[in-house]
Design a protein around this ligand. Structure first.
Ligand code: DC
Length: 227
């Protein structure tokens, strides 16, 4: 029986993060949200007025940034900390959404975060989700999942989720934003979002949340117990 790394990549709005979190908790594994790490860098750059296009500034800033994770027993989830401060809604604000894709496209920033992600995965027993986990961060991961879902279905789900939070946005705006993020993530030069050759494609368009979680857990158990 071996502990494995599970890499979950895919498009925005496919339910990647909530799926990865549930899979990790069912297996007793650590969950790392790599997108949250890019969001922390965006938070720091905004707070310290760092221009991500100025290489010298970026190098100095990256040396000042420490991203860590801490398990919160009460929440039964891990929290992300930026220089010792818990980051929650601060990294989910519209001002972060606006800039994070450009931050994530910068090679110097990717290099630092990929090194950190690889160090976090050394002990295995880990589920990490993102865009380049199966291709760049853990090319040898025992299980790689590539999540997709129809754009209209992702739009509808995101719309319902935002309405549930009392946030008024039109379907058209959501669809446009998702399509634009798909384009930025798949066309950037450094580590674009692509399916690793050995990743298993999971189209969540017509799966329930529990259904997609079960599918991944079954695949993981097969590898963990049968090799
Ligand atoms: O998954 P998310 O929306 O929280 O990700 C935030 C941004 O970071 C998004 O623009 C994609 C990018 N990202 C990335 O380039 N590589 C990763 N491994 C994870 C996220």
């Amino acid at each position: 029986m071996g502990d494995i790394v599970i890499a979950i990549d895919g498009f925005s709005g496919t339910g990647k993060s909530s799926t990865a979190k549930k899979v990790a908790s069912a297996l007793g594994y650590t969950y790392i949200d790599s997108g949250a790490m890019y969001r922390c860098v965006a938070r720091y750059f905004i707070d310290h007025q760092i221009d991500f296009e100025e290489e010298e500034e970026v190098i100095v800033a990256l040396d000042e940034i420490l991203i860590s994770f801490r398990f919160n027993k009460a929440l039964n989830a891990s929290e992300i900390l930026l220089n010792g401060q818990i980051m929650d809604h601060q990294i989910r604000l519209p001002e972060i959404n606006e800039i994070v894709s450009q931050i994530a496209a910068q090679p110097l920033i990717r290099k630092k975060l990929v090194n950190r992600q690889q160090a976090l995965g050394l002990h295995k027993s880990m589920v990490m989700d993102g865009r380049d986990i199966g291709t760049v961060v853990f090319p040898d991961a025992a299980l790689k999942i590539f999540m997709t879902a129809d754009l209209d279905i992702r739009t509808k789900r995101r719309h319902e989720e935002l309405e549930g939070q009392g946030i008024q946005v039109t379907s058209e705006e959501i669809k446009k934003n998702l399509a634009s993020r798909d384009r930025l993530d798949t066309t950037r030069i450094d580590s674009p979002l692509i399916k690793a050759a050995d990743a298993i494609a999971l189209d969540s368009s017509y799966l329930t949340f529990d259904g997609q979680v079960k599918e991944i857990i079954d695949l993981a158990n097969k590898i963990i117990y049968e090799g």
